[in-house]
Write a protein that binds this ligand. Structure first.
Ligand code: GTB
Length: 217
């Protein structure tokens, strides 16, 4: 099986692992799959060759022997559906793990993404300073609910699953804001995800990729 994903040629985070190729790398590592990474510049992302893979001109994409996918959630679901280790076999447990993937992407991630929008796309607007605390409170509300459900458990629903992989990846985006540390049980949950050998490999690989010397000339 030949797998190629795309990633930023140079992630704006300089290798903090916050771009969405990291979650796909992590899923591939959990599944024990070898893969290649094709770097894409911001310019190339909007050109026809990349738009043929990703209609919205973004990363990551996933190519596997003629199959082309985009959307990190769909890519992780595809990997988890075809390889052991990311989704339970028992149908109801499997359905609940998939539910957590959707919850991470559709319910927890949207308010978190608002921080970036407010900072980088609307940072020059007069109302941004007033909007920031509203965004932070919406995030805190979600994290309170999530922490209440997680309780003292190690993972969201029994054994580690793709649901946890996506949720931890989404929560990692919050770390620079400091909000995650207001929720010690969630910070510990994220740390458990980061401690997994598969995450460590994915993180190290993306860091090396994002800090490699550009070829001279
Ligand atoms: N819903 C899609 C998915 O889950 O795959 C969203 C994909 C997406 O937002 N991709 C971003 C992208 O290609 C990169 S991950 N952006 C370029 C563009 O839209 O033109 C988002 C991201 C970017 C940078 C950081 N960072 O530097 O901290 C973190 C996250």
């Amino acid at each position: 099986m030949n797998i190629t994903i795309t990633a930023f040629e140079r992630s704006p985070d300089g290798g903090m692992g916050l771009a969405r190729d990291t979650r796909v790398r992590w899923a591939l590592e959990e599944a024990g799959l070898a893969y290649q990474v094709r770097p894409v510049s911001f310019e190339a992302m909007k050109q026809p060759a990349h738009l043929a893979l990703h209609p919205f001109g973004q990363i990551p994409t996933y190519e596997e022997d003629g199959l082309v996918l985009f959307e990190s959630g769909a890519i992780i679901f595809h990997i988890a559906s075809h390889h052991a280790g990311l989704l339970p076999e028992e149908p109801n447990s499997r359905a609940r793990a998939i539910t957590w993937m959707f919850a991470a992407l559709n319910t927890v991630e949207p308010p978190i993404l608002e921080i970036g929008t407010a900072k980088f796309q609307e940072g020059d607007k007069a109302w941004t300073r007033e909007r920031m605390p509203l965004i932070a409170d919406r995030i805190r509300n979600r994290l309170n609910q999530l922490a209440a459900r997680l309780g003292d458990a190690e993972w969201l629903d029994g054994a580690f699953s793709a649901g946890d992989l996506v949720m931890v990846s989404v929560l990692l985006r919050l770390r620079p804001s400091g909000i995650l540390n207001e929720f010690p049980s969630l910070a510990a949950y994220v740390a458990r995800g980061e401690a997994r050998p598969a995450y460590q490999r994915a993180f190290a690989d993306q860091l090396a990729f994002n800090t490699a010397q550009a070829p001279a000339g």
